[in-house]
Design a protein around this ligand. Structure first.
Ligand SMILES: Nc1ncnc2c1ncn2[C@@H]1O[C@H](COP(=O)(O)OP(=O)(O)O)[C@@H](O)[C@H]1O
Ligand SMILES: O=C(O)C1=C[C@@H](OP(=O)(O)O)[C@@H](O)[C@H](O)C1
Ligand SMILES: [Mg+2]
Length: 174
């Protein structure tokens, strides 16, 4: 049985992109908690947050995590999934957790080029340049606590994938 793989990290680190690419190489299924919950709710993240607040969104996110977790799946999570201790423990116990780590400058450049505001409404009300650093400072320790492996997500996509494959080989050999 192949354990599920959970990709965690800040907005813009590449969880969705990497998850999709990995699934094609590994012949495993790709699921994204944001895609799943938006489909379920028939609303975007921005609409959900304006209707139910971040608390409502976080409850739906945990529901999504539990629903999509299955063997031979790569699960791209949302950047805030690690805020819940329950989610962190769930992922660590159910599968292999990979933190896609990237510096603030890289995250900001990617988010400015690809803001996707319907899925990424503001978390603080501050401009992206300020928000990304502030949010990462508050979450970095939680990403590291939840992760089995930390991968440099600032590299080209093929190098990110290669680093993950090495980490997974090591995990399977141990
Ligand atoms: N390794 C990479 N190198 C360059 N651009 C990347 C890389 N990974 C992701 N991106 C780009 O960054 C943006 C955010 O990626 P996305 O997968 O949506 O991040 P996340 O799901 O972590 O928020 C997208 O435009 C994507 O094409
Ligand atoms: O960092 C966060 O709190 C969030 C990240 C988003 O996902 P991505 O990390 O895929 O952008 C999405 O789940 C939601 O806007 C909340
Ligand atoms: Mg994503």
């Amino acid at each position: 049985m192949t354990l599920p793989i959970f990709l965690i990290g800040a907005r813009g680190c590449g969880k969705t992109t990497v998850g999709h690419a990995l699934s094609q190489l590994h012949v495993c299924q790709f699921v994204d908690t944001d895609h799943w919950l938006q489909e379920q709710a028939q609303m975007t993240v921005a609409q959900l947050v304006s209707k139910e607040g971040w608390q409502g969104f976080r409850a739906r996110e945990t529901e999504a995590l539990e629903a999509v977790t299955a063997p031979a799946r790569v699960v791209a999570t949302g950047g805030g999934i690690i805020l819940s201790e329950y989610n962190r423990k769930f992922m660590r116990e159910q599968g292999v957790v990979i933190y896609l780590s990237a510096p603030v400058s890289v995250l900001v450049d990617r988010l400015e080029a690809y803001p996707k505001e319907s899925q990424r409404p503001t978390l603080t009300g501050k401009p992206v340049r300020e928000e990304v650093g502030e949010i990462l400072a508050g979450r970095e320790a939680l990403y590291r606590e939840a992760a089995h492996h930390v991968v440099n997500a600032a590299q080209d996509l093929d190098l990110v994938i290669a680093e993950i494959q090495t980490a997974l080989r090591l995990a399977r050999a141990s």
